[in-house]
Design a protein around this ligand. Structure first.
Ligand code: NAD
Ligand code: WQD
Length: 339
């Protein structure tokens, strides 16, 4: 049985990926400092799968701690989720973002080299297409100009991984560019649990619905889109997690670097999201229109053909599924993982 190290595996995408890997016959080891998550998510992963998750509480940038994990486990591949991800916070705290996101990547690569581990999947983002490229985004487009430090950390980490693979021809590197992951596991046991005021649309919507926030503000209504609100490529987190299993299967048979968009290819507007969430869950959301948010692009969506052609992966779940599963998670866990 192959063992996959999930760096940052207790978080939103990592925990869903752990479920899909365990269900596909892989063993998982998690390293997380719980800076944006908690051990409860991994207990829930064990509850869903009936399988064990070995977890270490450590900073992925802490070389000694990471070496101990590699000494105690025979790691076959790494998935690197560990990072800070709040766009607005990255503008206010750029050094913290560059330090955390780049350091975790460098320490992982150094430790992998020391222990002869050659396969890594990296959590990249559609944000690397920046302002310069036109939708739908395809993988061969040049990385663009980002509007915030978080985005630049992703651009830099992609570059670091590409340079590392160039120097070590035995490496297999897969860069997964996620679009907008939303929703939750259909059990309602795991889901997104942001600390403080949510930055992203869907957790905000869910917290308004459950009564933790008064109302949603829709940022901008004069964009050059069909209904004037921004359009995004929302993807169910379980589809995204399954994409990681396909990428892991693939990475063991390749060398060099491959990039894949993980999106559905179909954009939805903020207004469509709100009306779908209301209809599917049979509830009313309080919302109002407000000014546009700085740095938001009118549209972002994938051309997802490459992942289908090469990995045999495509998103299966609908926007209705995403809205229903998100509400199940939020209504079963009004305060997230906190009791
Ligand atoms: P998350 O915050 O839920 O998960 C990240 C995990 O990494 C958390 O558990 C956090 O505690 C951990 N972590 C952060 N810094 C660490 C460190 N130095 N050492 C150990 N653990 C550390 O976020 P997520 O939504 O699951 O995102 C996972 C990855 O995917 C991130 O790299 C993020 O940038 C990327 N990504 C996310 C989205 C999205 O919309 N959620 C989109 C594109 C890319
Ligand atoms: C979606 C839409 C907002 C909140 C971000 C990162 C991106 C990636 C995914 C990591 C936008 C609108 C939002 C609200 C709103 N993350 N909105 N009211 O900005 O597409 O992408 O998360 O890599 O890099 O930039 O996602 O969920 O913040 O916003 O109207 O209270 O919802 O304007 O159109 P975004 P989001």
């Amino acid at each position: 049985m192959k063992t996959i190290l999930l760096a940052g595996g207790a978080g939103y995408i990592g925990s869903h990926t752990a479920v899909e890997l365990l269900n596909s016959g892989y063993a998982v080891v998690v390293v997380d400092n719980y800076s944006n998550s908690c051990p409860e998510s991994l207990k829930r992963v064990e509850q869903i799968t009936g399988k064990k998750v070995k977890a270490y509480e450590a900073d992925v940038a802490d070389k000694k701690a990471l070496e101990k994990v590699f000494e105690e486990n025979k790691i076959d591949a790494v998935i690197h989720f560990a990072g800070l991800k709040a766009v607005g916070e990255s503008v206010a705290k750029p050094v913290e973002y560059y330090r955390n996101n780049i350091d975790t990547t460098l320490t992982l690569l150094e430790t992998m080299k020391k222990f002869g581990v050659e396969n890594i999947i990296f959590s990249s983002s559609a944000t690397v297409y920046g302002e310069d490229n036109k939708v739908p985004y395809t993988e061969e487009m040049k990385r663009g100009t980002c509007t915030n430090p978080y985005g630049w950390t992703k651009v830099m980490m992609e570059q670091i991984l590409e340079d590392t693979a160039k120097a070590n021809k035995e490496m297999g590197v897969v860069l997964l560019r996620y679009f907008n992951p939303i929703g939750a596991h259909e059990s309602g046991l795991i889901g997104e649990d942001p600390q403080g005021i949510p930055n992203n649309l869907m957790p905000y919507v869910a917290q308004v619905a459950v009564g933790r926030r008064d109302h949603l503000t829709i940022f901008g209504q004069n964009y050059p889109t069909p209904d004037g609100t921004c359009r995004r490529d929302y993807i169910h987190v379980v589809d995204l997690a399954k994409g990681h299993v396909k990428a892991i299967d693939y990475v063991f048979g390749m060398k060099g670097v491959e990039i894949f968009n993980l999106g559905t290819g179909t954009p939805y507007s903020v207004t469509e999201i709100v009306t779908t969430f209301e209809r599917v869950n049979n509830l009313k959301l309080k919302y109002e229109y407000g000014p546009a948010r700085a740095g938001d692009l009118p549209e972002s969506y994938a051309n997802a053909d490459k992942a289908f052609k090469v990995l045999g992966w495509k998103a299966e779940k609908t926007l209705d599924d995403m809205c229903r599963d998100l509400w199940k998670w939020q209504s079963m866990n009004p305060n997230g993982f906190k009791k």
